[in-house]
Write a protein that binds this ligand. Structure first.
Ligand code: SIN
Length: 303
């Protein structure tokens, strides 16, 4: 990713950030996010997120209230569609992993195994997600992130001009049916739930509302086709764009340690979880989700 050195210098005067990889991401050093955080630090973190796409905070000790309080600085939080995996008494915390309590699976065991951007099936998708590693397996279960700004920048100019006019169809129902095929323990999709999340379309290219930087917004987990190119032609273009965006040079793989908190921008990056040995290890992650809005979405449109 091209680094805006002036913005980076301004950020580093308030918080110490160090790049995580050539592709994307930065570690924020020495910030305890469970303590009160000033507005200038929040602004510096937002600038760093705009620059790097993903921020890592190591060695955090977060109860659900502290996790929610920190996340809330970046916008109103929203509940996820998978209500059965909300933490008891804390519906804004989404539990991910193979964790059980009193013989009941309380975590979503199979979310996020395809490249995706959170909640893109909504008309105004989530802008950010904050995933906290409560219990992380010592091997496997890395989360991969792909830099969608760099992927856009690397496309030939004619292709950029072509896709800027196109819209992808994002479908919760199709995603969910495919998920149930992979994981039959997931409950059936009721008509009520299907009606809550009708298919939506989003442009293939959106921009960061603060910096104006353009990103590829393709989201293979939820996008089923291209509105202006029905059938296999659109699906093939989406597949090609995904292959392009997830090339090694655009990807960072995060190997989790207990106490890691990752904050990612859902426009800047696509992400996906990877498998681990569920017979040997327990994984418990807590996620909050920062809601999008009409105004933020409108500011992300290219034309
Ligand atoms: C997610 O998609 O939000 C979770 C990714 C992961 O479990 O690593």
């Amino acid at each position: 990713m091209t680094v805006d050195l002036q913005a980076a210098a301004r950020t580093e005067s308030v918080v110490d950030v160090r790049p995580l990889s050539p592709a994307l991401g930065a570690e924020v050093i020495g910030l305890d996010v469970a303590r009160p955080v000033s507005e200038s630090v929040i602004e510096a973190l937002q600038t760093a997120l705009d620059e790097y796409g993903v921020l890592l905070f190591r060695s955090q000790r977060l109860n659900p209230q502290a996790h929610i309080a920190f996340s809330d600085h970046f916008g109103p939080l929203q509940e996820v569609a998978q209500k059965q995996y909300q933490l008891d008494g804390q519906p804004l915390i989404y539990v991910i992993g193979n964790v059980e309590e009193n013989g009941r699976a309380i975590g979503d065991p199979s979310v996020g195994r395809l490249w995706h951007s959170d909640q893109s099936f909504l008309p105004h998708p989530a802008i950010g997600s904050l995933l906290y590693g409560v219990q992380c397996p010592p091997e496997g279960a890395a989360t991969l992130f792909a830099n969608m700004y760099a992927a856009y920048d690397a496309l030939p100019p004619q292709m950029r001009a072509h896709i800027e006019r196109l819209h992808a169809v994002h479908s919760f129902s199709e995603y969910y049916e495919a998920l149930r095929e992979r994981d039959p323990t997931q409950p059936e999709l009721t008509d009520t739930r299907r009606a809550l999340y009708p298919d939506v379309t989003h442009p293939l290219v959106r921009r960061n509302p603060r910096t104006g930087r353009k990103a590829l917004y393709i989201n293979p987990g939820y996008a089923t086709g291209i509105k202006e190119m029905p059938g296999a032609t659109g699906a093939r273009l989406l597949g090609d764009l995904c292959d392009h965006a997830t090339r090694e040079e655009f990807v960072y793989a995060h190997a989790w340690r207990n106490g890691d908190m990752l904050f990612w921008d859902n426009l800047a990056v696509n992400h996906k979880g990877t498998p681990f040995d569920t017979a040997r290890f327990v994984r418990r992650m807590h996620r909050t989700t920062v809601a999008g809005s009409v105004a933020i979405y409108a500011a992300s449109l290219v034309s």
